[in-house]
Every structure is written in structure tokens, then in C-alpha cells.
Ligand binder design. Structure first.
Ligand code: IPM
Ligand code: MG
Length: 398
């Protein structure tokens, strides 16, 4: 056995542990939530992304420009285009997020972000870290909130995916110890688990939901997932009106396709990777990942995005213009809610429900024999402008 291999691995691990101790110290420093009611303008950074990103961004922007005409004119909202978050520029700087782009992001209050290409090992790009993952970490966006709703099937789920640690936090810092042996790491901290669990319990309490599902694989991944579960037990004591149940990720994945059982889940809270996987499955019931938005929330910053990636397969097959923009539009609606523009957020959401789940005058599937992103957005715009939108939505969903 080579002493050098061991020493290198030890030094690497020591470095990781030190970094995590520092991160926990930062988490312990209480920080206040940003108060949007005192900000003028609220600066919304917009990143167009790669692949299908620019296509679905353009459509989202069209809707936002229509809806927020007054707010922009009155200087209440300012859109700030952020150009540099493209795979070409990231490769050029060999960084997940180039420094000047990070500064631009940090000068905004909220960010609307289209999908960006995530290089993989052995692919055409250098294996730099995902821009999403880096942004979530750099801006401490610890909660990934992902709603999935299919009212006609009784599905109403709110996922709280832990967004800064778990299997993701050191995703680019594994150890290839020898040619034969590779390690990755998973990190859960008491503080990290507590803040996401607390957010889920708070949400349940505010929305009169009396049961929470905590998903782990603590029977096998005993130390980290064990800490997540232990923390759930502790946090739950502060919410006596709410019961909670632990589920393992494997059976949870199965039960999501059980039509009777799945309607009994409401608020689901889980570590990062399980949340990544389960929310893609969940979105499929709603019409696919192209219909699902997500909010990445931290105390100071927040970022809103589609739950999917830049769809290189669609681009390669020439189907980019047929990408469903609903995911990013849903994210934009979540953003409007987050900054307190509730009525317009509601309009946007109602038009997505009416067009995508009920009326379906145009159907968008991502294939070239269905509606294009542009036509679909025209349909959404036309629907938003209808004075009886709310009435229609209420009739459909009652
Ligand atoms: C998501 C995406 C990202 C993730 C990718 C693009 C890095 O799948 O937001 O769920 O794994 O978190
Ligand atoms: Mg995902």
C-alpha cells in the first residue's frame, strides 16, 4: 500500500471536514429574511441559460413583460439581464460561476434562471460543477421548494428538498484514491437539516396541514440520514398539532404511483438527492418535468427555475422550439409570490392550470407534432387576458 495514497486521501478529507466546520459556523450566525416591502426597485436578475434555456426564457419574459408593465414603469421592479451564465463563458473561465457573474447575481435580490448545461465526466466539456449546485451553495439557497398539483387526481404535494448539502455538497470533491477506488461524500448537518425541516413544518402549520412525510434511507445510510431523522423528531416537538411519519425513499418512490396512497401525502421533506429524484417522478403526474417549477430559497437571496436541465437531447434532435416553457413560467409565478405580487402570480398559475390540465386547446409534449413553445405561450397570454379566467379556473378545479 502506498503511503502517499493514504496521506493524500487524509489531507483531502481533513480539508473537507475543516470546510464543513466553517460552514456550520456560518449557519449558526442568525440572519434576517430580506423584506421585499421595503425595497424599491426589487432587482430581478434574469439568466437565459443554455440548450432550451433561451427558448423557454424568451416566452417567460413575454408573459412577465405583459403582466408587470406597471410595476416596471413605476420602478417597483427592475429586470437585470445577466449574460455570462452560459456554458461557453463558464468553460472559458473554467468555473461553475465566473467571479464577475457571481458579483452580478449578488447585486440582485431575486434571480430567475433558465436551465444551464451541467457537464458530466467524459462529455465534450471540462467537468466543471453544475451552475445550479454552485449557485445554491454560494447564495446559501437552502430550501428547494417544489409544488406538484393534479387536482383532478387529488394530488397536492409540496416538496421541501434540502438544497445545500447531502450528496451534492461535495459532488465535485470526491477522491479518486487509486485507479481502482473512487469515493464521494455525503454531508448532513444538524443546522442544515433543522432549517429545511422547520420550513416544512412552518408551511404545514400555516396551511392547516397536519401531517408531514420525512423521507430518508436511514435504515442503510445510518449516520447522515439518521441525523436528518433525529432532527425531524426534535423539530416536530415544536409543532404539537402536526404528526410526522418517516418513509424510506425506495417505498416512497413506489407509493407515489399508488393512486390511493399517494393522495395522502401533502408536505414531503427530504435530503438533497432523494428530493432531486422524487420530484422528477412527482412532476411526471402533472404532465412531465416541463410543467414543474422550483423555488430555491435562502434568507438573503432566492432563485427560481425549472426543475429540469437544458435538455441537450431535445436540442440534438432539433426539438428545442417545442420545449414546454410551463416549468419556467411556474417558477416565475413562484417568484412573484415570493416578492409579494400575489394577484399576478395567481393569474399566471391559473392560466397554466387551465391551458395545461383542463381546456387543452393546444397541447405541448416536447415532440414536433405538438404545439411549439411560442404558440403555447400565445395561448397562455390569450388565456391570461380573459376577464373570466378566475371563474373558469374555479369551475374546472372545484
Ligand atoms: C434539478 C436538476 C439539477 C440537480 C441538475 C441540473 C444539476 O436536476 O434542479 O433538480 O440535480 O439539482
Ligand atoms: Mg433534478
Amino acid at each position: 500500500m502506498s503511503v502517499e495514497v493514504l496521506e493524500k486521501a487524509k489531507a483531502h478529507f481533513e480539508d473537507i471536514v475543516k470546510g464543513q466546520i466553517e460552514r456550520v459556523e456560518r449557519m449558526k450566525q442568525a440572519q434576517d429574511w430580506l423584506d421585499f416591502s421595503t425595497l424599491k426597485p426589487i432587482k430581478v436578475g434574469v439568466c437565459w441559460g443554455d440548450g432550451i434555456g433561451p427558448i423557454i426564457s424568451q416566452e417567460t419574459q413575454r408573459l412577465l413583460e405583459y403582466l408587470l408593465k406597471d410595476e416596471v414603469k413605476e420602478g417597483k421592479i427592475q429586470f437585470v439581464p445577466i449574460e455570462g451564465l452560459t456554458i461557453e463563458n463558464r468553460v472559458k473561465h473554467n468555473k461553475a460561476i465566473p467571479d464577475d457573474v457571481l458579483e452580478e447575481l449578488k447585486a440582485c435580490h431575486v434571480i430567475l434562471k433558465a436551465p444551464t448545461t451541467t457537464p458530466e465526466k467524459g462529455g465534450p466539456y471540462p467537468n466543471i460543477e453544475s451552475a445550479n449546485v454552485a449557485m445554491r451553495r454560494e447564495l446559501d439557497l437552502f430550501a428547494n421548494v417544489r409544488p406538484v398539483k393534479v387536482p383532478k387526481d387529488g394530488i397536492d404535494w409540496m416538496f421541501f428538498r434540502e438544497n445545500t448539502e447531502g450528496a451534492y455538497i461535495l459532488g465535485s470533491r470526491g477522491i479518486q484514491a487509486t485507479e481502482d477506488i473512487a469515493f464521494d461524500f455525503k454531508v448532513i448537518t444538524k443546522q442544515g437539516a433543522e432549517r429545511i425541516l422547520r420550513m416544512a413544518f412552518d408551511y404545514a402549520q400555516k396551511n392547516n396541514i397536519d401531517n408531514i412525510t420525512v423521507v430518508t434511507k436511514a435504515n442503510v445510510i445510518k449516520t447522515t440520514d439518521g441525523l436528518f431523522l433525529e432532527t425531524a423528531e426534535r423539530v416536530a416537538k415544536d409543532f404539537p398539532g402536526i404528526t410526522w411519519e418517516g418513509w424510506y425513499i425506495d417505498i416512497m418512490t413506489a407509493k407515489l404511483i399508488d393512486p390511493r396512497r399517494r393522495t395522502q401525502f401533502h408536505v414531503i421533506v427530504l435530503p438533497n438527492l432523494y428530493g432531486d429524484i422524487l420530484t422528477d417522478e412527482a412532476a411526471e403526474f402533472q404532465g412531465g418535468v416541463g410543467t414543474a417549477g422550483s423555488a430555491n430559497i435562502g434568507k438573503r437571496y432566492s432563485m427560481f427555475e425549472a426543475i429540469h436541465g437544458s435538455a441537450p437531447r431535445m436540442m440534438k434532435e432539433g426539438r428545442g422550439n417545442y420545449a414546454d416553457p410551463s416549468s419556467l413560467i411556474r417558477a416565475a409565478a413562484m417568484m412573484l409570490r415570493h416578492i409579494g405580487i400575489n394577484e399576478k402570480a395567481e393569474k399566471l398559475e391559473m392560466s397554466l392550470d387551465v391551458c395545461g390540465q383542463y381546456e387543452r386547446k393546444l397541447v405541448i409534449t416536447g415532440r414536433t407534432n405538438s404545439a411549439s413553445a411560442r404558440d403555447y405561450c400565445d395561448y397562455l397570454l390569450e388565456t391570461i387576458k380573459k376577464p373570466n379566467l378566475k371563474q373558469k379556473w374555479e369551475e374546472y378545479t372545484k
